[in-house]
Write a new protein. Structure first.
Length: 142
């Protein structure tokens, strides 16, 4: 049976709103059957992209073992950091760890350096609450 490891906000965390505003919120690793995950994304009209990895059986087992260990109650919680330690960076970190840091990451040919602010503004709808929140929050990150 396939399962998907996901990351969720810990809404039960003491002082949730204060931690959220400060950017010091704990996240929890969760797991679900892939079909449930898929149906949830379809329902909310979200996209899913798959990346095929050319891993040996040993590397696959190491990746699986890492995920199982990380799902233990004592390892599930981590401090979310918006730019550097989030659900997207975790995928890179876990995969690279499972292959002994042998993945080489190349920048795309059309890559252009950009600030975090620029990247966020390019990907958040204009005149949305999200845009307002990021504008407000990033004022304090200079």
């Amino acid at each position: 049976m396939w399962f998907m490891v996901m990351v969720n906000i810990d809404f039960d965390s003491p002082n949730f709103y204060l931690k959220f505003a400060q950017g010091k919120l704990d996240y929890l690793i969760n797991k679900s059957e892939f079909n449930k995950f898929y149906q949830y994304y379809i329902y909310f009209n979200r996209s899913i992209k798959a990346q095929v990895l050319n891993l040996s059986q040993v590397e696959k087992q190491k990746l699986y073992d890492f995920l199982i260990n990380n799902y233990k109650p004592e390892n599930r919680r981590y401090l979310y950091e918006f730019f550097f330690d989030n659900c997207a960076t975790k995928i890179k970190e876990v995969t690279n760890t499972s292959v002994n840091n042998s993945i080489i990451f190349n920048k795309p040919k059309d890559f252009e350096d950009a600030t975090f602010r620029t990247l966020i503004y390019q990907n958040v709808k204009k005149n949305s609450w999200g845009k307002f929140w990021y504008r407000f929050s990033l004022r304090f990150c200079n």
